[in-house]
Ligand binder design. Sequence first.
Ligand code: ASP
Length: 346
Amino acid sequence: MSDTPKPRLLIIYTGGTIGMIENPDTHALQPFDFSHLIDNVPKIKMLDYDIDNIQFNPIDSSDMGPAGWAEIAEAIADNYDRYDGFVVLHGTDTMAYTASALSFMLGNLHKPVIITGSQLPIGEVRTDGEENLITALQIAAATTFDGSPMVQEVAILFENYLWRGNRSTKMSADNFNAFKSNNYPQLAKIGLGIHFAEEALWRPKEKQPLSVSTKMDHGVMFVDLHPGMTQATLRHQLNTPGIKGIVLRTYGAGNAPTSGWFIEEIAQAIARGMVIVNVTQCVNGGVHHRRYVAGDKLANAGVISGHDMTSEAAITKLMYLFGLGLTSSAVATRINTALCGEVTLS
Ligand code: ASP
């Protein structure tokens, strides 16, 4: 018998399709409890791990938000020393937001937090939930040659890939391979085996104690450009009460209309103390403010480049930075800093 202790893993169940069952009257899927989920994965007993679980009131992830993120982060922090890794079961719809938020909230993380779910409920014959759950547990238990955790960050496991959480986006409402990180390589490819791309994995610079910060500021929003947007619409959005930070979703390499009124509205909002971060509407690539006049004007007005950040990472990063109580200028500076692998600063 080996004297290596069994990996200790904690499953945190928050809801999502993976644990849902059909409402007998409406036939719509609705969240259900964890015992139903786990009863459908008898193979879990074949894993030589010590597995415990925490169940939240299960929800569709459309209802997930800062309060739920704080609950997950606190559950991880409270159990951090007792477990080698954490698997969070979560709906796919807002999974990339949760993964991004947790990556900021869990400072100095050096254990795996693997988020997964499924496209088909665990009770269905062709479910992807069983495989996703088993693989997520195996990834959470994986170690390097010296016994340290292979994954030391928040990651999303879905079907054939492991992705960095704060680089991920839900790409498909139908495919089993539902997630992708369009500007960062996969952390692992899952086939017959689990093949980690070790050079892509996040490694904390020094091992410091976990520092959890669960306060997220709700005063943020997206402004999504479209051709024909009027001055009244833009002004209305930029003047939304209580908003301090905006993720401006622009065209191509970070371009926006060059009309005087457009730039003037943006410049006035920034003069009022608003932090405006530019991310591209394109699924791949990032913002290059100086490539076109249409981007240059935004930069000159004080808009900050979000480089190649996802929309999900940009909005949760703003919530996190304002949640720390920082001033607008401090937030603007920190947006341009890579906190946990969420952005490539060139
Ligand atoms: N609506 C579900 C959710 O996000 C979708 C899923 O889990 O796949 O909770």
